[in-house]
Ligand binder design. Structure first.
Ligand code: ADP
Ligand code: MG
Length: 239
């Protein structure tokens, strides 16, 4: 199957069920099919399945609530990072389900995703939308307050070249955080630019993708890559 066929299959399964939002799992599978690095992620519907998946992915693990009714998983105490044993995994699984029920009674709960843990890195946000007049548009910023409070974001129309992606990275005020300051080694700008370029191409070639949000992308030191650890894709009408 080609990457386009795989992507259409994921988009169609959502459409058939009349869903506008892809789950974190589906979003990551779609990105992976397009060659965008994501951390290993699998859905566990019960504790036994969680244990089985945990053995395959290897500890430490990250567990996250999988619910179409919970968008901000951390707000629901639905993200647990650095799970290092089977005992912890079982406790975390039950705790996450309990927290989600308390946070939003009646929320549909698919289960808990069991994920590969990635070591601390610089966290950035890469997104895309279909602008009503300009079409596929890519956005980039550093995580947290840089985007939410300081609005330190750059935009480009898609499709964009690697060079344009690099300009996007360099034009935010927070760029020194990635370039390396006070003895901090530089982040992997090449890998990040390639990821941004691919997100742009994806949004451009699939206008039915109304919104894409890779938040966060972990950017490791130079030569070590960039990986999306959370992703959300919303579908629209397309063109
Ligand atoms: P949400 O945005 O829905 O609250 P995220 O999946 O973005 O949930 O997780 C919240 C935070 O947890 C991330 O910003 C990141 O710092 C951390 N995190 C998420 N996944 C991983 C992972 N696989 N490895 C290490 N840290 C992670
Ligand atoms: Mg997130």
């Amino acid at each position: 199957m080609t990457s386009k066929q795989k992507i259409l299959e994921i988009l169609n399964s959502a459409k058939t069920e009349n869903r506008r939002e892809l789950s974190e799992m589906e979003s990551k599978s779609l990105l992976e099919a397009w060659g965008i690095p994501v951390n290993r992620t699998a859905l566990a519907r019960d504790v036994d399945e969680a244990v089985r998946i945990g053995r395959e992915i290897r500890y430490p693990l990250v567990l996250k609530i999988a619910s179409p009714d919970i968008i901000h998983k951390s707000d629901a105490k639905g993200v647990m990072v650095g799970i290092s044993s089977e005992l912890e995994l079982k406790q975390a699984f039950n705790e996450i389900i309990k927290n989600a029920r308390e946070y939003k009674p009646g929320a549909r709960i698919l289960g808990v995703t069991i994920q590969e843990y990635l070591p601390p890195a610089r966290e950035v946000i890469v997104g895309a939308i279909q602008d009503p007049s300009f079409g596929a548009t890519v956005m980039f910023g550093l995580g947290g307050i840089w985007v939410e409070v300081l609005k330190d974001i750059s935009f480009r129309l898609a499709p964009l070249t690697i060079e344009e992606a690099k300009e996007m990275i360099k034009e935010i005020k927070g760029y020194p955080v990635l370039a390396g300051i006070r003895g901090t080694p530089p982040a992997d700008i090449e890998a990040l630019a390639s990821l941004i370029q691919k997100v742009g191409q994806l949004a451009y070639e699939f206008p039915e993708i109304a919104e894409m949000d890779l938040n966060p992308v972990f950017v490791f030191n130079e030569g070590k890559g960039a990986v999306a650890v959370d992703a959300r894709i919303v579908l629209g009408e397309g063109k």
